[in-house]
Design a protein around this ligand. Structure first.
Ligand SMILES: [Zn+2]
Length: 141
């Protein structure tokens, strides 16, 4: 609008992902939600239970290992991603499903295998700024 004197701002859109913390030991904890009413635990966190709608919820810390529930390989990726990218659902204790990239060749993955949580660069934006997020890798036994 004329007369406002405000210059157009560049809007930077960053993917919204769940929160996590890394302990001094290197263990990754995903920050989820536990519902005190129905007992459901989920990730990422919500103010209201996704299952029963109760707001009687508390923070839940979710750690690995996970079990690989399902996965796919994505070949057509947005700018900033290097591919192909393997993504999948890891099931944590309590049946909590977490969608995340999985490191390593897809032909070495099989459902039910254990996965470790880790943190790494998932995407690099147009300014070269890396976006770090949680991800899975096959567990080293
Ligand atoms: Zn609930």
């Amino acid at each position: 609008m004329p007369g406002i004197g405000k210059q157009a701002e560049t809007v930077r859109i960053r993917p919204r992902i769940g929160r996590w913390e890394t302990a001094q030991t290197g263990e990754i904890s995903l920050i989820g939600t536990h519902c005190s009413r129905c007992g459901e635990t989920f990730f990422p966190e919500h103010a209201v239970c996704a299952k029963c709608g109760s707001s009687d919820t508390a923070e839940a810390r979710l750690t690995g290992p996970a079990r690989l529930a399902t996965f796919t390989v994505v070949h057509q990726l947005p700018a900033g991603f290097s591919g192909p990218l393997t993504i999948g659902y890891g099931e944590l204790d309590g049946g909590v499903l977490v969608l995340a990239p999985i490191d390593g060749p897809a032909d070495r993955l099989s459902t039910g295998m254990p996965l470790d949580l880790q943190v790494g660069v998932t995407w690099v934006d147009e300014d070269g700024e890396p976006m770090t997020s949680y991800r899975f890798r096959p567990a080293t036994v």
